[in-house]
Design a protein around this ligand. Sequence first.
Ligand code: ADE
Ligand code: ZN
Length: 319
Amino acid sequence: MIPKAELHCHLEGSIPPSLARELAQRNGLELPAGLIGADGSYVLRDFLSFLAAYDRVCKTLRTARDFGDIFYSYLAGAAREGAVYVEMFCSPERPAALGIAYGAWLDALEQAIDRARADFGIEGRIIVVCIRHLGPERALALVQTMVAEPHHYVVGFGMGGDEAKFVPADFAPAFRLAHDKGYGCTVHAGEVVGPESVWAAIRDLPVTRIGHGVRAADDPKLVDELARRGTVLEVCPGSNIALGLYPDRNAHPLHRLIGAGVRVTLNSDDPPFFHTTLGTEYDLAGLGERELRGIARTAVEASFADETTKQRLLREIEP
Ligand code: ADE
Ligand code: ZN
């Protein structure tokens, strides 16, 4: 099995329908209406209905333990597919809304990482993410909490949410603070909005990675700039196809970006929502073993883990 490393997966987006059912039941809650369709999958049509479905899944959660169980369960599945490392996007907004303290939430995530390492040998880290459509003030407040309460597994800061709301510059104070305190930074861009969103992200934010970024392929100058800078794209082909950005894998720009010298990684984003997994992304990428191993290496190199951990992981994935 080809060793893998993942840089772009959202914690609550990794909950399969079966786990959502289990969590709702455990918490004495009804499954949110309209969440799961007759075929047993999450119901979504496009990007905004996906964000709505994501919010509905979150309604099954109540306790810090819930968040830890989701992470452990994801790490277990990823390890079975050959993953040696997962950097998980974790938003403190959901636990905060449930009255769970930031530290208690992190404790649960830390236990998940430690248990998964002990049980499966996989390494996990946390990227704290803000939700773009909630606005820049919330983002800054969140980073202020992150830097005031540092945790050895929190290695980066990122932003997901509705890319059509606000512009990257609005979030510069939040990203600056995170960057100045030594956190790696990544931002979703070039997913639902075109190349201009990627230009703005690399111009206005201290990011070394872009979440998705695939729409950069529409602008040859931008592709050259990404290659020149060595900016790493967290590419999620299954997600892009499920959300209708491209009709199929043949139309997806993954190979064009690689051909142009852009550093890319393969990721699952919100796997059960998009009928994918990290292993599926590697299997269906249309790349040979050497290239896939190179992608795993890029993911480790571009990860925000400490240097010692990176060197250990790089040794682990060498053939
Ligand atoms: N939140 C969870 N998944 C996301 C995605 N693919 N784009 C933006 N925000 C997200
Ligand atoms: Zn994402």
